[in-house]
Write a protein of this length. Structure first.
Length: 477
């Protein structure tokens, strides 16, 4: 697997000189890799679009043929059309395209174990996220964190015959992939035929606003043997379908502002332009009664304008049983300055107690090389969370001297106007050491977030003043 990734990734640096960035490169690999695997499996491909013709063509004829192949496949029904919808070639130099075709042709991909070829693709996505600011970074959540969340949530399709799982901000498909890998590990790959068929084609759902990550997610899941249902569209501003899900796992895109206006949706109780808070309201809509969710939210969504209103609704309609405060730098190298949390809740049961685990205070910031994110960062938290995915395991404060695990009654939450950022009980000792001060990028991110919130509040005041002036004008007339 390492050889495959290194070989393909090594060539990416060559293509940088042809104006092809990391994200473009992964996308082109997706197009070609699918055709190579389809040829190995004997899958029917539209005439003239098969791998042998691509492999055996060279020079400018290869460039022209490749463009035509992408155009034809984009009009094909089914997963082919999904993957190739809107696909365009980024190659100007036929020598570079020929080289990539040859590199892919050297490996018999279908002969690889599913886990190995999927791991190879995941390796490429992670490299793109880590090294390319315009690559997959904005869609990529650290796998260490995803796996910890999945182990707590236990998304098991065997529990009900119509079980479904969704990520409404699917990105490259990391949450769905890890949910499937968890199932494989639990069952050791042994599923009844009917269950296996349902898991393969009727269990995993998602949506993304951007065509590229959707395409990468389709290919990523396909390499894991899954045929997902991933829609292209605006999760927040478009009216939702009637589909409801048993489990929702998601990390909405960073940044609080959507289209600078509140979505016109009847299912949103609180009208706000805050993108993160709207994603949270969307999750409330798409969960089945009794369904459970885990949502990654930046700190500002725990104290932002209207955050208290949204969490008030959430605690009335759901059991907001757990909040995980993530270590600083969790999203390094993708978005190193972001401070975030994971909120866990179950729909249909009002909140009585909120348990908060502080994995941040007095924990050294995550760095790419010296202090990378590892499973042990969440080991104690997972133990505290318990075996019940709905957060109903018998819980007690942690035995840690720092007591990172505490509970707060809904009365205490109400007293703080449902703003969960206020529950901090550990003293940050590390900040007394100049060497442990937050990174400049983290400080800058905090400043930007505060400015965004200030501007939003000013805009809200201006709108109120404008409406008042309009009302006065009408009265005068």
């Amino acid at each position: 697997m390492i050889d495959v990734v290194q070989k393909l990734w090594g060539f990416c640096h060559t293509l940088r000189h042809d104006g092809i960035d990391y994200g473009d490169y992964i996308e082109q690999i997706t197009y070609l890799l699918f055709l190579k695997m389809a040829d190995e499996r004997g899958v029917a491909i539209p005439k003239g679009c098969g791998w042998p013709m691509i492999r055996d063509t060279s020079g400018t004829a290869l460039i022209d043929h490749y463009v035509e192949v992408l155009r034809t496949l984009g009009k094909t029904p089914g997963i082919l059309g999904d993957i190739y919808s809107g696909a365009q070639s980024r190659f100007n130099n036929p020598v570079n395209l020929k080289k990539l075709v040859s590199l892919i042709d050297e490996t018999e991909w279908t002969a690889l174990d599913v886990d190995i070829k999927a791991e190879a693709y995941e390796g490429l996505l992670e490299k793109a996220a880590a090294e390319g600011k315009k690559g997959a970074g904005q869609y990529f959540t650290p796998r260490i964190l995803i796996k910890a969340i999945v182990r707590c949530m236990k998304p098991d399709p065997r529990t009900t015959p119509d079980f479904t799982i969704c990520d409404p901000a699917v990105g490259t498909g990391g949450f769905l992939v890890c949910a499937y890998e968890w199932l494989v590990a639990q069952t050791k790959g042994a599923l009844d035929r009917d269950v296996a068929k349902r898991v393969r084609a009727k269990t995993y759902f998602g949506q993304d606003l951007v065509a590229r990550p959707r395409r990468l997610a389709l290919m990523n899941l396909y390499l894991h043997g899954i045929e997902p249902h991933i829609r292209l569209g605006d999760t927040i501003y478009e009216q939702p379908s009637g589909e409801r899900f048993d489990v929702v796992l998601t990390n909405p895109p960073f940044g609080t502002r959507g289209a600078n206006q509140a979505p016109e949706r009847d299912d949103f109780t609180i009208s706000t332009a805050n993108k993160q808070l709207n994603f949270l309201q969307h999750v409330l809509t798409i969960l089945k009664p009794g369904g459970r969710a885990a949502v990654v939210l930046p700190d500002n969504c725990l104290f932002a304008d209207q955050a208290g209103e949204v969490f008030k609704v959430l605690t009335e309609d759901c059991d907001l049983h757990t909040v995980l405060r993530l270590p600083r730098g969790t999203f390094t190298p993708y978005s190193p300055g972001v401070k975030a949390n994971v909120v866990f809740f179950t729909k249909g049961y009002p909140t009585e107690t909120v348990w908060i685990y502080d994995a941040r205070t007095n924990v050294p910031s995550i760095t790419k090389k010296d202090r990378p994110l590892v499973s042990s960062h969440f080991a104690e938290y997972e133990s505290c969370y318990g075996k019940d995915p709905n957060g109903r395991s018998k819980r007690k404060p942690s035995d840690s001297k720092e007591d990172r695990w505490r509970s707060f009654s809904i009365t205490e939450v109400k007293e703080r106007e449902f703003k969960l950022d206020g529950f901090k009980w550990l003293k940050e000792e590390s900040l007394e050491d100049a060497d442990e001060l937050p990174e400049p990028e983290e400080l800058a991110t905090d400043g930007i977030e505060e400015l965004e919130e200030a501007v939003a509040e000013l805009n809200q005041v201006l709108r109120l003043l404008e409406n008042g002036a309009a009302g006065s004008g009408k009265g005068a007339a």
